[in-house]
Design a protein around this ligand. Structure first.
Ligand SMILES: Cc1cc2nc3c(=O)[nH]c(=O)nc-3n(C[C@H](O)[C@H](O)[C@H](O)COP(=O)(O)OP(=O)(O)OC[C@H]3O[C@@H](n4cnc5c(N)ncnc54)[C@H](O)[C@@H]3O)c2cc1C
Length: 380
């Protein structure tokens, strides 16, 4: 059977692009399909751009492993390739007794994960952030921020330089398992057509459960059903944005790291994201939630902020495996050969810290792809 592609990647967000930059090599036909007219228009450009350190999750989770490795790789990559970043560090602060107890546990978890952390005295806290109010806090020096657009542009350039072809306005609408690979049906501006590929890598972000379904996976049984969670940001004006020098985080909530101080590489300051579950994609910031925003822990840690300083700004929607009221779910990164789908690799629920983890996820997936293509060669 002759193939049009060796590897087809569905989705040109940071994950699809990072993978494309690693799996492309001489002699391999690699296609990246993207339904939008440009790369990175969904989760990858609507986030906090934080390079996480690996504090929050269990040591054995993929989230922690990928985050720790991604953190290291990302700083190296930014430094080598001129991608804007700042290793500004972050403070996690507790504003009451209950939070202070939790803070201690979080600090220990981070340390267990091997993250460099420092408990701060009240004096040290004030030295780092004069205006910060809190009962207890610790500092994470390896947390930072990255220009996510520049990072994606770098991955894209590398992938294209290695021969990958990126097809925009091209949506995968059907996938059929056939002998020796997959028949992928796509829809572009001129209509629809199908082509053959040996490997499919599903990096479809918010729609990765739907793409998994296309190949016949029962997503309820597989536990791949995604829940969308919207995170809203507020910009800070009135000169108060000049009063903070680094990332400041409250204690995490059950679904996120909490409304925090976000800075970008140009030192633009925002607060957010305030997350809540949604059923549709609509990026308009719902101003009626401002009251909840003002009651969040971060506002107690920054008492100098006035409600009138905060203006609704942007939002992002994240692909969560964890439904409302449910417990922790890890990233799913899985070669589906045990479902009778050799060469089909699913990435589902790649939420935060997905941006940080992107280079580590790319090399993990690259190994899976090499194993698949090598074992096929052995069978010839
Ligand atoms: C509000 C928010 C804050 C966050 N903060 C951070 C942070 O500070 N640090 C961090 O590390 N992570 C953070 N994240 C998580 C991070 O942004 C994501 O993990 C990461 O961007 C996921 O990238 P992706 O490529 O998987 O998904 P996406 O960027 O969503 O890309 C998926 C792509 O697939 C395309 N696609 C979907 N279906 C199809 C189809 N059928 N055919 C063709 N193309 C298709 C989409 O158009 C899209 O371009 C945050 C996320 C959000 C939403």
């Amino acid at each position: 059977m002759s193939y049009s592609a060796d590897i087809t990647i569905i989705g040109a967000g940071v994950i699809g692009l990072a993978i494309a930059s690693q799996v492309t090599r001489e002699g391999r036909e690699v296609y990246v399909l993207e339904k939008n007219e440009a790369f990175g228009q969904e989760q990858s450009s609507r986030n906090s751009e934080v390079i996480h350190a690996g504090i929050y999750y269990e040591r054995d989770s993929l989230k922690t492993k990928m985050c720790l490795e991604g953190n290291r790789l990302l700083y190296e990559l930014c430094e080598k390739n001129g991608i804007a970043y700042k290793k500004c560090g972050k403070i996690i602060v507790a504003t009451n007794d209950v939070e202070a107890e939790e803070l201690e546990k979080l600090y220990r978890r981070g340390k267990d994960n091997g993250v460099l952390l420092k408990m701060l005295s009240k004096r040290e806290m004030r030295q780092l952030e004069l205006k910060l109010k809190g009962l207890a806090a610790f500092f994470s020096p390896t947390t930072g921020i990255v220009d996510s657009y520049a990072l994606m542009r770098y991955f894209l350039g590398k992938a294209k330089g290695n021969g990958a072809q990126i097809a925009y306005n091209t949506k995968a609408i059907g996938i059929e398992k056939v002998s020796g690979g997959y028949k992928v049906k796509v829809e572009d501006l001129s209509g629809d057509f199908s082509f053959m590929t040996r490997v499919v890598i599903n990096c479809a972000g918010l729609y990765s459960d739907k793409v998994a379904e296309m190949v016949g996976i029962n997503i309820d049984e597989a536990n791949y059903k995604l829940h969308w969670c919207k995170g809203e940001y507020y910009s800070v004006s009135g000169g108060r944005n000049k009063l903070i020098n680094r990332l400041i985080y409250p204690m995490p909530t059950s679904i996120s790291v909490g409304v925090h101080v976000c800075l970008d590489v140009n030192w633009r300051l925002r607060l957010g994201p305030l997350f809540y579950y949604v059923n549709e994609i609509n990026y308009k910031v719902d101003d009626s939630r401002k009251k909840t925003f003002l009651e969040s822990s971060i506002m107690k840690a920054l008492p100098f902020m006035e409600p009138s300083d905060l203006e609704p700004e942007t939002s992002g929607i994240i692909a969560m495996l964890q439904g409302e009221g449910e417990g922790f779910r890890d990233f799913v990164i899985k070669h589906e050969y045990d479902r009778g789908l050799p060469g089909f690799i699913n990435l589902v629920g790649i939420e935060s810290p997905g941006l940080t983890s992107s280079p580590a996820i790319a090399s993990y997936v690259s190994h899976l792809v090499n194993e698949t293509l090598e074992s096929e060669k052995d069978c010839l």
